[in-house]
Design a protein around this ligand. Structure first.
Ligand SMILES: CC(C)(COP(=O)(O)OP(=O)(O)OC[C@H]1O[C@@H](n2cnc3c(N)ncnc32)[C@H](O)[C@@H]1OP(=O)(O)O)[C@@H](O)C(=O)NCCC(=O)NCCS
Length: 120
């Protein structure tokens, strides 16, 4: 059963600026595992992961409110992104009966976008 859906779009240059201007941005938004994967990629993938986190937060129905950005982790499984929830985001999902969150990410030259489906 579908419990929630979420979509997000972001300008890639916004994420580029945030990374350049604020040294703490990377550590605030991305987990160690995500940063390890993103090191191999370009700026659009950093924006794609950011967008994915916002899409997941909408599928949870909360926004990034009662948990940290790193509580939503995007990991790779055979090149496809997969969502792992930690700490409070995991608790919120459990409370709502969400068993799995599917994610799809895309980017063009200027934008990154993501769509999430929360399944019960
Ligand atoms: C829900 C959230 C993710 C929206 O993200 P956003 O980038 O601000 O806005 P978007 O344009 O992508 O989305 C807005 C739409 O999300 C939807 N939305 C708002 N709250 C929502 C929620 N709790 N659950 C699901 N959808 C929600 C609404 O339809 C809204 O459109 P509307 O205001 O016209 O009704 C936002 O509440 C949030 O938590 N953002 C964190 C942003 C932040 O901290 N940025 C700093 C970067 S370090």
């Amino acid at each position: 059963m579908i419990i929630g859906v979420g979509v997000d779009i972001i300008e890639i240059k916004r994420i580029k600026r945030a990374i350049e201007r604020n040294k703490r941005f990377l550590l605030k938004i991305y987990s160690e595992k995500e940063l390890e994967e993103l090191k191999k990629k370009n700026i659009e993938s950093y924006a794609g992961y950011f967008s994915a986190k916002e899409a997941v937060s909408k599928a949870l129905g909360t926004g990034i409110l009662n948990f940290k950005w790193t509580d939503i982790e995007i990991v790779k499984e055979n090149s496809a992104p997969k969502v792992v929830l930690n700490n409070n985001a995991k608790k919120i999902a459990e409370q709502k009966g969400i068993k799995r969150i599917h994610i799809s990410i895309s980017h063009s030259r200027e934008y990154a976008t993501a769509f999430a489906v929360a399944e019960g």
